[in-house]
Design a protein around this ligand. Structure first.
Ligand code: NAD
Length: 271
């Protein structure tokens, strides 16, 4: 019998943390090694199974990250950038792999993650949904085939609690199409429009953000041409799909050598 993979979940009481506990407890190839919350969390000491309305699983929510890592092979993080970086340092110290689901890192923070990837295996993805990663690939192919004659706009919608914009997934879609067109996203992105903005500048990639309600995550890449348009869209209807993808990444990542990997690597979508 193959041994199950021991997974620690950081941000356990959060929206994604709960979905990860659920998906871990449902997957017989995985073992919940630890469920971690902040040190002032009301969930501390509560059984992780009970937290999500399932039978008790024997793992109490803890705030002690280093101790929680001892019994885990992989840490799965869905929290916020500063917390993710602190956990990353713990994983480097303990020699453990980390799946980073947190979004909203700045350039310096991304460099920190890249440096840590020289020491431990890291998987980082703006979106762990398998469908979204297929859309990333499809957007790249569409940009290659349609070329620069089509104006590209990316629209995303998320729930009212999301704090960063555009979403990490929208930016990843932007990077995918910019890469396919051989242009730099940072110098060609238009993140907002207001007032007398003038005609659309050819070659730019526009972003539009919608926030509200309980929208889990919706993304569309529009290729607007003369007389036609192509839309590649993805709509998430549950957080379970991110959790299942992140845990698939954890299983793939655990035996890898140090390096910075993405869902493209996990799903074999490179090339
Ligand atoms: P959330 O606010 O519901 O959950 C975050 C949790 O982290 C909270 O429970 C919070 O208390 C906890 N936390 C904060 N500081 C902590 C600490 N020091 N130690 C342990 N836990 C701590 O947010 P969410 O909706 O679950 O999203 C979390 C992150 O994941 C966001 O950055 C979001 O954008 C990202 N996300 C990524 C994907 C993806 O597929 N990559 C999908 C969904 C959400």
């Amino acid at each position: 019998m193959t041994q199950s993979l021991a997974v620690a979940i950081l941000g356990a009481p959060g929206r994604m943390g709960r979905a990860l506990i659920e998906a871990t407890l449902r997957n017989s190839a995985l073992q919940l090694a630890a469920a971690i919350a902040r040190d002032d969390s009301a969930a501390l000491g509560i059984d992780a199974g009970a937290l999500i309305g399932r039978p008790v699983c024997g793992i109490a929510i803890t705030a002690d990250r280093p101790a929680a890592l001892v019994s885990a092979a992989v840490l799965v993080d869905f929290t916020q950038p500063a917390v993710a970086l602190a956990a990353l340092a713990d994983c480097v110290a303990a020699g453990k792999a980390i799946v980073i689901g947190t979004t909203g890192f700045n350039a310096a923070q991304k460099e920190e993650i890249a440096a840590a990837a020289r020491v431990i295996p890291i998987c980082m993805a703006a979106n762990y949904s398998i469908g979204v990663n297929v859309c990333l690939k499809l957007s790249e192919i569409a940009a290659q085939l349609l070329g620069s004659n089509y104006d590209i706009e990316i629209i995303e919608a998320h729930h009212r609690h999301k704090v960063d914009a555009p979403s990490g997934t929208a930016l990843a879609l932007g990077e995918a199409v910019a890469g396919a067109l051989g242009i730099d996203l940072r110098s060609n992105a238009v993140y907002s429009r207001e007032g007398q903005i003038g005609a659309r500048v050819a070659g730019t990639i526009g972003f539009a953000t919608v926030r509200g309600g309980d929208v889990i995550g919706e993304h569309s890449v529009l290729f607007l041409g003369d007389g036609e348009r192509v839309e590649i869209s993805h709509k998430a209807s549950s957080r379970g799909n991110f959790a299942v993808g992140a845990l698939r990444a954890a299983q793939w990542l655990a035996p890898q050598p140090p390096g910075l990997y993405s869902m493209r690597d996990v799903l074999g979508l490179n090339g």
